[in-house]
Design a protein around this ligand. Structure first.
Ligand code: AVW
Length: 252
């Protein structure tokens, strides 16, 4: 009986060990560095260290937006005039338009955004490791390592906007401008009329919502009143056609 118990204990220890090490991630660093190195002129090893320091050895639900300040300071968003493309609920369409060309840039096209896009990361109290699985879901806790990053980075990205700014919103839902979105709650309040001339809505629509949508009227009122507001309805196929053209300015 003792022998059976001993064997069982060993099996449990091995399984636990494997699951725990399985959660640790060397892949995060590799992914981060590979993506970062696609951009010229950045010290990616150093950026990685600054990034990692924000969340390792911390409860994954206890990482504030401000904790990312040193990272944003190390890799500031360049002032982007007439090229900023914000978005909400149009992840696929907007990146179809911006990937691979310079005329419009989303946060995911910048070095920081690109290096972390679609990744999940967190730390654990008492450990120096980084993890990519078992991390909190977006809405699981307010101050989670991933959500805090995107909120902090989006604030800085909106502050770097200048000139004519675009935003791609989703016209196939009834509330294209949702007050709880990052675009509404973080980015719009940071568009500053001393730098930003206009906000140009590109509403991707299949006729559920159009530019007279109530939520868009509320966007107009939330915007700094000296910023010019425009709204244009476009179809998915216009976006596909536009992605093939080198000059974003000649699309619609
Ligand atoms: P979004 P936002 N679970 O399409 O305006 C997991 O709503 O908020 O647009 N991930 C989530 C969740 C969730 N419940 N909610 C949001 N996300 C993540 C930065 C997820 O990665 C750019 F500059 C999703 O793809 C845009 O102007 C992303 O947040 C603006 O913020 C967008 O959610 C888009 O944010």
């Amino acid at each position: 009986v003792l022998l059976v118990v001993l064997v069982l204990l060993i099996i449990i220890a091995v399984v636990l060990g494997v699951t725990l090490t399985g959660r640790q991630s060397a892949g995060l660093k590799t992914d981060f560095l590979n993506r970062c190195q696609n951009f010229k002129g950045y010290d990616c090893e150093n950026i990685w260290k600054t990034f990692k320091q924000v969340f390792v050895n911390r409860d994954p639900c206890n990482v504030s937006e401000e904790a990312y300040d040193p990272l944003i300071a190390a890799v500031p968003f360049k002032r982007l005039c007439n090229q900023t493309m914000l978005w909400s609920k149009t992840n696929k369409a907007v990146h179809e338009l911006t990937t691979g060309r310079d005329c419009l840039q989303t946060i995911e096209d910048t070095v920081l955004g690109s290096s972390l896009n679609n990744l999940s990361w967190c730390g654990m109290k008492g450990s120096e490791e980084t993890f990519t699985t078992g991390c909190p879901e977006w809405n699981e806790c307010v101050n989670n390592s991933v959500r805090s990053f995107w909120r902090r980075a989006s604030a800085a990205f909106a502050e770097a906007a200048c000139g004519d700014v675009s935003v791609m919103l989703n016209g196939s839902i009834s509330t294209p401008f949702n007050p709880t979105s990052v675009f509404a709650s973080i980015e719009v309040p940071r568009l500053n009329s001393t730098k930003v001339k206009s906000l140009n809505i590109v509403l991707v629509t299949n006729s559920v919502s159009n530019c007279s949508n109530a939520s868009l009227q509320s966007l107009k009122t939330k915007l700094d009143q000296r910023i010019v507001y425009t709204c244009k309805e476009v179809t998915e196929s216009q976006i596909t056609d536009c992605s093939a053209k080198p000059d974003c300015g000649r699309c619609w």
